[in-house]
Design a protein around this ligand. Structure first.
Ligand code: G3H
Ligand code: 13P
Ligand code: ZN
Length: 359
């Protein structure tokens, strides 16, 4: 059995000091590219679906696709995660469809645009945690709003992100509040705001510490050394693929993502889950453009999709290696959700807050 909960996977990652990329998936080609890459380096996998991805593929298709991956890659621990759940019912229906983990993103209200208050966030996240843990599923919460420290804006490029402008303090997770939030909600993993944002346009120059606040991760880790930290908006937007995209008729202005070395630094300070969507989108569509441009008579979709899968697979392998999770799959003995439910009920998985940090 290869389906693993986020909590168990990240506990293993923390024990051996590595991070795990969480790749967003909408279709078979992305899923196969990720799994083939994982098999080639023996890495565990987190596949995540946004609400948009679930709507695009359909819940039945998505669930059957995950079953197929389990059957095809039985040696690879596979965590299936709901990305940015906006309400309790989204999280519960994900679990009904075989997801082993959900994100309740209470940093924004149900509309996905309006920042939620701390109390709103604690209330809704605790509710999801209480229910999910009963059946052994894991929960990721988010504290702080993702957005650019360069401009103060969130981005609605993929339909998720606050509208308008926020001050710097709302764009950075407060470490003391993080401690209280984890204690109150019992989340298994905490997504933090440090200046990253979704999509291709994160930074106008290679990010320095004023716009990519890795020091905030260090401070949160000092308060919560046993909590798994999640970095959203962590695509690196490789120049190689931006150039390929532009050389073949695409239009993507100069932009910078999160450098892989900064993520690796985060992993030293408790980052265990690293969300990546844009990089696979860009690698795939740059290849579509290259094929279309070089062979204008080509109309077999496989001739576009195969090179796209190869490019996505290369990105995945690079991240598995860089984050230290290559070679780790075989070391994980997957616990079923029923066992995780028993552990939650016994209190064994409650957040372990060090007394000195809480004081
Ligand atoms: O939440 C961010 C991901 O990039 C998902 O994007 O809603 O377009 O699938 P999406
Ligand atoms: P990117 O847009 O940087 O790939 O981020 C994806 C993400 O955080 C999904 O939750
Ligand atoms: Zn995200």
């Amino acid at each position: 059995m290869a389906r693993i909960t986020l909590r168990q996977l990240l506990d293993c990652a923390a024990e051996r000091s590595y991070g795990v990329p969480a790749f967003n998936v909408n279709n078979m080609e992305q899923a196969l590219a990720i799994m083939e890459a994982a098999r080639s380096v023996n890495a565990p996998v987190i596949i995540q679906a946004s609400r948009g991805a679930r709507a695009y593929a359909g819940d039945i298709m998505f669930a059957k696709m995950m079953e197929a991956l389990e059957a095809m890659y039985p040696e690879i621990p596979l965590c299936v995660h709901q990305d940015h759940g906006e309400r309790v019912s989204t999280c519960l229906s994900a679990i009904q469809n075989g997801f082993t983990s959900v994100m309740m993103d209470g940093s924004l209200k149900e509309d996905g645009k309006t920042p939620g208050s701390y109390d709103y966030n604690v209330g809704i996240t605790s509710e999801v945690t209480r229910l999910a843990h009963m059946v052994g599923a894991s929960v990721e919460g988010e504290l702080g709003c993702l957005g650019s420290l360069e401009t103060g804006h969130g981005e609605a490029e993929d339909g998720h992100g606050f509208e308008g402008k926020l001050d710097r303090s709302s764009l950075l997770t407060d470490p003391d509040e993080a401690l209280r939030f984890v204690q109150a909600t019992k989340v298994d993993a905490l997504a933090v705001a440090i200046g990253t944002s979704h999509g291709a346009y994160k930074f106008t120059r290679k990010p320095t510490s004023d716009v990519l606040a890795m020091d905030v991760i260090e401070k949160i880790h000092a308060k919560l050394p046993n909590t798994h930290i999640v970095m959203h908006g962590s695509s690196s937007v490789p120049e190689e693929y931006r150039n390929l995209f532009n050389e073949n008729g695409g239009e993507m202005r100069e932009t910078y993502g999160v450098p892989v070395e900064e993520i690796v630094r985060g992993i030293r300070f408790g980052v265990r889950k690293v969300n990546i969507d844009t990089d696979l989108r860009l690698a795939a569509t740059a290849e579509f453009r290259r094929v279309a441009n070089r062979n204008k008579s080509e109309f077999d979709p496989r001739k576009f999709l195969k090179p796209a899968m190869d490019a996505m697979g290369k990105v995945c392998r690079d991240r598995f290696e860089a984050f230290g999770c290559a070679g780790q799959a075989a070391l994980i003995k997957v616990k079923p959700m029923s066992e995780m439910a028993r552990l939650y009920a016994s209190g064994a998985l409650d957040p372990h807050i060090e007394k000195k940090a809480a004081a």
